[in-house]
Design a protein around this ligand. Structure first.
Ligand code: 5GP
Ligand code: MG
Ligand code: MG
Length: 188
């Protein structure tokens, strides 16, 4: 696909993302062997992770459950809110289950902090995180996994606001197949 005219530069191409997701999937399959343990529960954090989780789970040849919840921490800006709101539609019984939270990007860490605490309180036996991007430069809250939970990340992201492959600015650009940075005049 030709580069969108609003994009200043591409950080990861479609092929680079796909290759990295195959590696993440292989790692998860190794870490979560099938029976006797109950299948892991994959929980996608909407909206940004919708493409990532779709590509990831199709590379995981295990019996798994897939669910979603919605988290919102931005208005239309590029600064994340330290009090993300999490939808309460999530009523899957995670008691005694291994949960893998699937995120597009970990930025301040507030969203994961809140989600992990919630899953822990519901009795998850472990909570892992699989995030496509990790932006450690902006971390405010440590990501504390539960039990034997693991942290999987696709790429370390520089301290810029990125779009594409599920991630938006003001709800646009989610459909770009690559991840990039907008030209400055389009961040407004
Ligand atoms: P947190 O700051 O709570 O770790 O991140 C909250 C959410 O903000 C992330 O899950 C992601 O959806 C969104 N976010 C953080 N950084 C970026 C970014 O660079 N681009 C986009 N589009 N969303 C981001
Ligand atoms: Mg997200
Ligand atoms: Mg967003």
């Amino acid at each position: 696909m030709a580069m969108h005219s609003h994009i200043d530069r591409i950080l990861w191409t479609e092929d680079q993302i796909s290759l990295r997701i195959s590696q993440l999937a292989a790692q998860i399959v190794q870490d979560f062997p099938p029976a006797p343990s109950p299948p892991p529960v994959f929980v996608g954090v909407l909206t940004g992770a919708f493409i990532f989780i779709a590509d990831l789970v199709r590379k995981i040849n295990l019996p798994i459950d897939i669910h979603f919840l919605t988290s919102k921490s931005y208005g239309s800006g590029t600064l994340s809110n330290c009090a993300p709101t999490i939808s309460h539609h999530f009523n899957v019984d995670v008691n005694g289950r291994h949960v893998i939270l699937v995120e597009d990007i970990v930025d301040t860490g507030h969203t994961l902090h809140k989600l992990i605490a919630h899953l822990k309180s519901k009795g998850a036996s472990s909570v892992s995180v699989c995030t496509l991007l990790d932006k450690p430069a902006r971390r405010k809250v440590d990501v504390q996994l539960v039990g034997e939970g693991k942290f999987y990340r696709g790429f370390e992201c520089p301290d810029s606001f990125v779009v594409g492959y599920g991630m938006d600015f003001d709800e646009l650009y989610r459909n770009l197949p690559y991840i990039g940075v907008l030209k400055p005049e389009h961040y407004s």
